[in-house]
Design a protein around this ligand. Structure first.
Ligand SMILES: C[S@@+](CC[C@H](N)C(=O)[O-])C[C@H]1O[C@@H](n2cnc3c(N)ncnc32)[C@H](O)[C@@H]1O
Length: 292
């Protein structure tokens, strides 16, 4: 059963306060990449990514995941509603770059060995439907890997400035973009509904310390949303400033978003076995060398 919470147009995201046209958006995406890429790379390796795999990076944002996948030897297709930050990857890394809306535009069934998306589905009207679409593009035995946040760890913070602004920010995300900051707690069930097997789930909670990259990332999110939050009566300038004082204080420590990582594979021959990152440094066995 899927839930279309509103009628989708990509403009709602791409013309909203996270528009790639905003002066701080490139920096905001770069910080997100700094915070998340290490875990993403390790997960790909653990799931057995190997050179030559056809990988779709859907909603590629600033492009770091597409870049790291290309550096791993994968044949990468990266998409976004707005490709201005990723266009250069076509020349620099041989990546196929497409302006493409994962919610309304298709790929032929069986196009990819891996499909990955991160911090995208939360903002769509029906993330379960999006999962089913992404899964349909997998080749037999191909792997879908999704990483999406939930905001609950921020909402009962003991720090009053941070707590107040995070509650208002979540309400604003829901009302303006339409984001569902609780949807990821349903993972991995949507992958099972999409017919995937061999499911896995990992959840970790990010940490924020005053003055670190996570705190700067939060400040850029809040600054992007600030004019429309104030206009909507959801927060005051004083409340933003109180949160920023906490986020700049080196003595401030708190929880940030929870990142839910789920994976599953399309039925069919298992093309790869889970592989610990350390194994990759070792020589391949003769069986692996002779694999097609
Ligand atoms: C929060 S950013 C995350 C970027 C990147 N995935 C990362 O984790 O570093 C969300 C990205 O998804 C893109 N996006 C949103 N909805 C999309 C859709 N329906 N199809 C393709 N891209 C989409 C946005 O333009 C934006 O670049």
């Amino acid at each position: 059963m899927t839930t279309q919470r509103w009628e989708w147009t990509g403009d709602r995201y791409s013309e909203g306060f996270f528009s790639h046209g905003h002066s701080n958006e490139r920096r905001r995406l770069a910080l997100l990449e700094t915070l998340l890429d290490g875990a993403t790379r390790e997960r790909f390796r653990a799931l057995g990514l190997k050179p030559g795999d056809r990988v779709l990076e859907a909603g590629g944002g600033g492009g770091s995941v597409a870049r790291l996948l290309a550096e791993e030897g994968a044949q990468v297709t990266v998409t976004d509603l707005d490709t201005r930050f990723i266009d250069e990857l076509a020349d620099s890394h041989g990546v196929r770059v497409l302006r493409h809306d994962l919610y309304t535009e298709d790929f032929p069934p069986g196009s990819f060995d891996f499909v990955h998306t991160r911090f995208v589905l939360t903002h769509l009207p029906d993330a379960d439907l999006a999962i089913a679409r992404l899964a349909s593009w997998l080749a037999p035995g191909g792997v879908l890997l999704v990483e999406e946040p939930t905001s609950f760890p921020t909402l009962d913070s003991p720090h009053p400035g941070y707590r107040t602004i995070m509650r208002a920010y979540r309400t604003h995300l829901e009302r303006s973009i339409g984001s569902d900051t609780s949807w990821a707690r349903t993972l991995p069930v949507p992958l099972a509904r999409a017919g995937l097997v061999g499911l896995g789930l990992d959840v970790r909670i990010q940490h924020v310390n005053g003055g670190d990259d996570e705190s700067e990332w939060w400040k850029l999110n809040l600054e992007a949303a600030r004019p429309s939050m104030i206009e909507a009566g959801l927060a005051t300038d004083a409340e933003f400033e109180a949160a920023y004082i906490e986020l700049a204080n080196p003595g401030f420590h708190d929880l940030s978003l929870a990142v839910h990582t789920a994976w599953g594979r399309a039925p069919g021959p298992v093309r790869r076995r889970p592989q610990a990152p350390a194994d990759r440094q070792e020589s391949p066995t003769s069986a692996e060398r002779s694999s097609p």
